[in-house]
Design a protein around this ligand. Sequence first.
Ligand code: URA
Length: 231
Amino acid sequence: MRRLDQLLSALGYCSRREAMAFVKEGRVKLGGVVVKRSDQRVDSALITVDDEPLEAPDGLLAMLHKPVGYSCTHSEEEGQNIYELLPSHWPERNPAVTSVGRLDKDTSGLLLVTDIGSLVHRYTSPKSDIEKTYLVEVDRELDPKLIDIFAKGDLMLRSEEKPCLPAKLEIVSTLSARLTITEGRYHQARRMFASQGWHVEKLHRERFGPYTLGDLAEGEWQMLSLEHVPR
Ligand code: URA
């Protein structure tokens, strides 16, 4: 049980002071009954604001179909950022909603966002074996020899000390392939191809672990269930 004002402010609804106004205006109910005090301890599952249940009171996990041209940063200095595509109160939550790892500005596709710190850690830790699949378009005809080169686990990227872990490459057409990697090194997919003399023209993440974009349109987000998420 948490104090109502703390709960509303942690979920990004309002400041603790504003919670008093919410209560005075009769906007907050507990089990259908208007709450009288903002310092009352409450069960988040029973609270409604404007007759709507609280948004993700036990942690928020969503996926965004990131378009090209958006940075995964909270800073406004790098042009458009992904937070412009998400509800504006999400970064106001405490903990704030952040992306699980990053996609380059020029990369599109599936990006998870969450306020669950342990999840960010689990999915981005170097020990994580979560598979990420990218659709890659390159500048010249793909050579099947890349399949073995990426699969071997001895590919060294410039200025790195350890080779890349084995990666799966499936050639889709002359100029496109699907690459599945478990790591998330800086610009990894682009650098893997560059190391062999190919330039990546387009990069799109289709899958992150168990999640795929389905028919989620570019620029749109969708809430995900926490049911099967290890905590
Ligand atoms: N690899 C890259 O090069 N860029 C990304 O955004 C993701 C993987």
